[in-house]
Ligand binder design. Sequence first.
Ligand code: C2G
Length: 130
Amino acid sequence: MKKVITYGTFDLLHIGHINLLRRAKALGDYLIVAVSTDEFNAGKHKEAYHSFEDRKAILEAIKYVDEVIPETTWDQKIKDVQDNNVDVFVMGNDWEGKFDFLKDYCEVVYLPRTEGISTTKIKNDLHLAK
Ligand code: C2G
């Protein structure tokens, strides 16, 4: 069984997230998503609208996703890859090159981002909505 892993906040779920998850799953048979905890997000200077528990439950409801684990630190990736026998690590290409150190442990794939959508854009557009 070919196992794939990806990481992210996945707040205000949108088509960019779904495209990423669909394409990540297509690279194997089993997709693990490590979703950022609220505390970890604070470290990314991000404050998610949905709580960790809700973002986890939302991801678990997506047919491409087989398992959701917490992302609590930047440096858990090697251990996650080893502990879960992961074959492929996938991220959107806004992270191009940032996780190449994982190439010693698994395949590393950066996928093109979906243009024109982001959680930040949604928040800004809603804020401007009258
Ligand atoms: N994404 C995408 N297209 C978009 C928006 C996001 O392909 N229009 C991808 C991102 O590249 C990422 C995933 O969807 O691979 C999740 O995006 P975020 O929730 O913004 O994740 P991020 O804050 O980048 O956290 O350790 C890694 C970090 O946890 C990644």
